[in-house]
Design a protein around this ligand. Structure first.
Ligand code: AMP
Ligand code: MN
Ligand code: MN
Ligand code: MN
Length: 292
């Protein structure tokens, strides 16, 4: 498969903090020309069978996906898993443990917001959560926009829910080693999601990449809707320096919130190895209707 393939290997549905169903995302990806798709809900694989079926009904190839929350150097880091067995018990258990504690965290977040005069945020956020086990800051952000406290979700994350602001509750997620191991032992490939988002120092970033590789991680997102175009070449160079495969994904959450639509991304720089080359025997291929 060519590096020029329109692959979108990062997005979210109502199973985590997206606003569309897996079926609606599949239709939107297909309409935008995506040929290989992965749904990567946060800490959840509950939508995988639906997503694969919807992709295949439209003639799109599919890779299983998830995005695991990890605590590394006191920072939340996201690790995308691709091409694993969606029925693997150890992965399911690890994700269930990672999801645990979100409800208590959400109640603490709501208490902090109540102290600055915003009441009812726990119930408000839950109304947006398609999956109550996965109540996230995104659902609080939607509630704060709905109630007119902020104009849009980016204003929410500037004023609330982030370190130093009301509604921020630090949380201990999975370890880097466990997240990579769950993905690998389920037959998949681990990929560092949107590395520029962590605002690490050069030393911290080097530690993340080298420890990730030591645990058996193989890929990094180079072209992602969560980076600016000027960050693409920076992580293309990192992929080459660390001998890692490159991934491409919009990180699409919602038609109203996401500035990068499904499949609407530049191609990966040509000198890189795309993750879909290493995962070719893990791709769930759409049934082809061939004439003759
Ligand atoms: P949580 O897993 O509950 O900590 O929520 C994390 C989610 O919040 C991410 O997956 C994003 O969807 C969203 N998020 C975090 N930071 C921002 C930001 N600055 N702007 C918009 N969305 C954000
Ligand atoms: Mn999200
Ligand atoms: Mn992420
Ligand atoms: Mn994401």
């Amino acid at each position: 498969m060519s590096i020029l393939l329109n692959a979108d290997l990062h997005c979210h549905s109502v199973v985590s903090d997206g606003t569309l169903t897996p079926e609606a995302l599949a239709a939107r990806a297909h309409a935008n020309g995506v040929a290989l798709w992965a749904l990567t809900d946060h800490d959840e694989i509950g939508g995988q069978h639906r997503a694969a079926a919807a992709a295949h009904a439209l003639g799109m190839d599919y890779l299983t996906g998830t995005e695991i929350s990890v605590t590394f150097a006191d920072t939340t880091v996201h690790i995308v898993g691709l091409g694993f067995d969606p029925d693997n018990a150890q992965l399911a258990q690890g994700l269930a443990a990672t999801r645990g504690g979100r409800s208590e965290r959400a109640q603490e977040m709501a208490q902090q917001l109540a102290h600055v005069g915003i009441s009812g945020a726990f119930e408000g956020a839950l109304r947006y959560a398609g999956n109550p086990e996965l109540v996230s800051r995104t659902h609080f952000a939607r509630f704060l926009v709905e109630t007119g406290v902020c104009h849009d979700t980016s204003e929410v994350f500037r004023r609330f829910l982030t370190e130093g602001n009301p509604g921020y509750v630090p949380h201990r997620w999975a370890t880097l080693g466990n997240a990579v191991r769950w993905i690998r032992e389920a037959g998949g490939m681990a990929v560092i999601a949107h590395p520029a988002r962590y605002r690490f120092t050069a030393n911290e970033e080097y530690a993340l990449f080298s420890e990730f590789k030591q645990h058996g991680g193989q890929g990094v997102e180079v072209v992602t809707g969560s980076h600016t175009p000027s960050e693409y070449p920076v992580y293309a160079a990192m992929a080459q320096e660390f001998g890692m495969a490159a991934s491409r994904g919009s990180d699409f959450h919602s038609p109203n919130e996401s500035h990068t639509d499904l499949g609407a991304l530049p191609d990966l720089p040509g000198q890189l190895t795309p993750v879909w080359e290493l995962l070719s025997d893990r791709i769930l291929r759409a049934p082809r209707t061939t004439a003759g």
